[in-house]
Design a protein around this ligand. Structure first.
Ligand SMILES: Cc1cc2nc3c(=O)[nH]c(=O)nc-3n(C[C@H](O)[C@H](O)[C@H](O)COP(=O)(O)OP(=O)(O)OC[C@H]3O[C@@H](n4cnc5c(N)ncnc54)[C@H](O)[C@@H]3O)c2cc1C
Length: 359
């Protein structure tokens, strides 16, 4: 613990090596370990990059780091005792040796970059989800499932939004699109939904995140709620293009029939898909008297009634944190191994450590 606090490193580049992988990379002064790993194209586990989700936790075997925030909100006393750190909050004071679980050394990812994007199209998909398309000054490569950080001058901080279309497996895209849900009380989404116009400019940085499709032959379960449709649509679009042959069950949760969207895209995907493709919309607040003939209830409960052999599948979940957490708990209880479950929780400012500290 002492080395975390005392390590005030001199301003010089350090080297980080990841044990059992043969990977090493330089980390510059003021740069976090995660930023440096991503710059080197290493598929270091990461999601929110702000110290809230704990995905980039790893074990410090050798060396000293200085942490930008108090990570004890995410890391428990046992984790800290075992030398765990959050790569997204750690600055290297010395050369470091890390142990990182779940890192695929052979997987390469596009290094993040920063550019500007002009809004060239805006289209409401539902009453509270807007599709925006940007034209980037410098095209951005990404893996379908990853996200970019968007920021608007005058609104402090950046927000994460998942790419909603495939990239053709990591190609640079000059006109990415995003699905943005209006969050009540949210600053960026209030501006985007109520004030933004075509021609407005945003800062765009990315790609980030580790929610991309892993190669396997097992049937896939996809589960999304609301704007969580975006990365799954992107992922499935690229997989269809690559002629991936796996059975897919895509369960999509919405409140009412009016909150369903991308239905034509799902039909198109189903027609192009090699293997079985089933899209199952589930409505949680559809009026009882409506003529909706489909499923009603919570998407995570309904998906379970469809699964014959959860332990033999891979799962990809994305959207509101309570939905994702409930889905993960149900799948684990049904025997699905943790390593087969991939997810992105759409965390926002109310989930940040600083927000939790407010009494
Ligand atoms: C990996 C990832 C991918 C994502 N992808 C998408 C996507 O594709 N589409 C999408 O719609 N969203 C996505 N999100 C969520 C998105 O990044 C934003 O968090 C969301 O749009 C809210 O932005 P906002 O500026 O409107 O809200 P914010 O201003 O950030 O506020 C969010 C909420 O927190 C509350 N709040 C603000 N400050 C505090 C505080 N100090 N204490 C307590 N509460 C507070 C606000 O009242 C509001 O309810 C993603 C998130 C992550 C982590």
């Amino acid at each position: 613990m002492l080395k975390r606090i005392l390590g005030l490193g001199r301003a010089q580049a350090r080297t980080v090596s990841i044990e059992s992988t043969g990977l090493s990379f330089p980390v510059g002064p003021g740069e976090t370990v995660l930023e440096a790993a991503l710059r080197a194209g290493i598929a270091f586990p990461n999601k929110c990059r702000s110290g809230a989700c704990g995905t980039c936790r790893c074990t410090l075997r050798e060396g000293r780091v200085r942490e930008k925030v108090d990570t004890s909100y995410v890391l428990g006393a046992d984790d800290l005792q075992r030398g765990q750190i959050l790569a997204c909050q750690s600055l290297a004071c010395t050369d470091l040796r890390l142990a990182v679980e779940g890192l695929q050394p052979q997987q390469r990812i596009p290094a993040p970059r920063a550019t500007e994007g002009e809004i060239i199209a805006m289209r409401p998909l539902t009453a509270d989800i807007l599709e925006i398309r940007l034209r980037l000054q410098s095209p951005m490569p990404y893996l379908a499932g990853q996200y970019a950080e968007l920021a608007r001058k005058g609104i402090p901080g950046a927000r994460q939004y998942s790419f909603a279309r495939g990239s053709g497996d990591g190609h640079a895209v000059s006109e990415p699109c995003f699905f943005v849900r209006h969050v009540p009380g949210g600053r960026f989404t209030a501006w985007l939904h109520h004030q933004a116009v075509v021609g407005d400019c945003l800062s765009v940085q990315g790609p980030y995140g580790d929610f991309w499709l892993r190669d396997a032959m097992r049937p896939m379960l996809c589960v999304a709620g609301g704007s969580g449709m975006a990365p799954l649509r992107a992922m499935l679009e690229d997989a269809a293009e690559r002629q991936v042959e796996r059975d897919v069950l895509f369960c999509f949760g919405a409140r009412t029939e009016a909150d369903l969207y991308c239905l034509d895209d799902m039909k198109l995907l189903a027609s192009r898909w090699r293997g079985r493709f089933r899209f199952l919309p589930v409505l949680s607040e559809e009026p009882a008297e409506s003529d909706w003939q489909g499923r009603r209830g919570m998407v995570t409960a309904e998906m379970m009634s469809e699964l014959k052999d959860p332990a033999g599948m891979d799962a990809y979940l994305c959207g509101p944190p309570p939905m994702v957490d409930d889905g993960i708990a149900r799948l684990k209880a049904a025997g699905m191994a943790e390593a087969r479950i991939r997810f992105d929780r759409f965390l926002d400012a109310s989930h940040q450590p600083s927000a939790q500290a407010v009494p």
